[in-house]
Design a binder for this molecule. Structure first.
Ligand code: M6R
Length: 365
């Protein structure tokens, strides 16, 4: 039931404060991660992990890409991420003590399941699933499971599944990081930041009206670029995927530093450029990337930390986002991009919940 909402997608975007909170529930104290809450065997399985191999498709793959930044940064454990459809058809070198981590909303994605089955034969240390559907094939076939608490996701475009996957992945990262020397102070700092997420996502939802206004600029465009740096690069990828899926506007995501290695040639006034700019140590570099775009007459739409000092100007539209912790920022910055594509799709009159040619769960190759 969509209730007061026009589409399931919008309802699901608005459910995020609640479902992110539900995904934290029982897994955190005010200041630390309850490792036992990840399963009785979690501690044993995580103890000797030397490498993490993440496998997923689509939006779940983007969640895995964000997690790679977290895992290497906080746990200091090398992490590889690959789309299941590529991984399953190539020969791979398996590092000793690898944790095989599958991310899937449905738990029934054919390529992801095939990759898991192959991995089991090849002898990984353990298989962990991050999944939203209890009793799904993925859940049944994994050694350790962290369920996301997104509830049923009806819209084909994944929204709340993604932000709950990220929440679960961050909690998992902290548990793994504990076995790898993360200080109690750092753990507390991040757990406190996780607790702030539901409120912060709510603050972003309050910008909906402004984002709807902004979306008008995309209606008659055929192409767009999404830029981000660091853990916000996968957020840009996810933003681009949402726009493609439901508004049918071609959207490409690039790490901002790659601009001058090619895509800058595409930039003109017909190519809107969307950027996520939290206040981190890459901000100054990102600002100079934005200048490069402006100098070519490109119109910029920047979602920026309110303290980042990005001011609106001719050709530069700025949406101020409340300040958030750098680690949790990918979760918060995803939300305005979801709203942006939603409103562009509504303006274009596409079938938001059932985009053409797509199925909710890809159970065949
Ligand atoms: O159920 P899964 O998470 O395994 O599904 C993976 C993709 O098919 C899915 O994320 C797809 O990309 C969505 N339509 C994205 O919005």
């Amino acid at each position: 039931d969509k209730g007061e909402y026009r589409h399931y997608m919008l309802k699901e975007i608005y459910e995020q404060p609640k479902v992110v909170k539900a995904t934290m529930e029982g897994r955190l104290t005010g200041t630390s991660v309850l490792e036992q809450a990840l399963g009785t065997e979690a501690a044993d399985l995580l103890e000797n992990v030397r490498h993490v191999q993440i496998i997923a498709c689509g939006t779940s793959y983007h969640a895995g890409m964000v997690a790679r930044y977290w895992i290497e940064d906080l746990a200091g454990v090398p992490c590889s991420v690959e789309v299941a459809s590529e991984y399953r058809y190539r020969k791979h070198v398996i590092q000793p003590d690898t944790l095989f981590l599958c991310i899937s909303q449905s738990g029934e994605t054919a390529d992801t399941l095939a990759a898991l089955r192959q991995a089991k034969q090849a002898g990984f240390r353990a298989a962990l699933a991050i999944c939203n559907v209890p009793g799904s094939s993925l859940v049944r076939e994994s050694d350790l499971v962290i369920m996301t608490q997104a509830g049923p996701e009806i819209g084909v475009a994944s929204t709340k599944a993604f932000t709950t996957q990220l929440t679960a992945l961050l909690i998992f990262t902290l548990a793994l990081a504990r076995h790898n020397g993360l200080s109690t102070e750092k753990e507390t700092e991040i757990v406190e930041a996780i607790h702030l997420l539901p409120g912060q996502v709510n603050d972003v939802l309050a910008l909906d009206g402004e984002i709807e206004e902004m979306s008008k600029a995309f209606m008659d465009k055929n192409h767009s670029l999404f830029l981000g740096r660091g853990s916000q690069f996968p957020v840009a990828m996810e933003g681009a995927l949402k726009l493609k899926e439901i508004s049918y506007i071609h959207a490409e995501a690039y790490p901002a530093g790659e601009l001058k290695h090619g895509p800058l040639a595409l930039v003109d006034s017909e190519m809107p450029v969307v950027t996520v700019a939290p206040n981190n140590d890459l901000l100054e570099k990102l600002k100079s990337n934005l200048e490069e775009v402006r100098a070519r007459g490109g119109e910029l739409f920047v979602f920026a930390d309110q303290d980042a000092g990005v001011k609106p100007e001719e050709g530069l539209h700025v949406m101020q986002i409340p300040s958030v912790h750098e680690i949790t920022a990918p979760i918060v910055y995803t939300v305005p991009l979801q709203l942006l594509s939603y409103h562009v799709a509504v303006l274009k009159g596409t079938d938001v919940d059932q985009p053409r040619n797509l199925a909710k769960s890809v159970t065949v190759e």
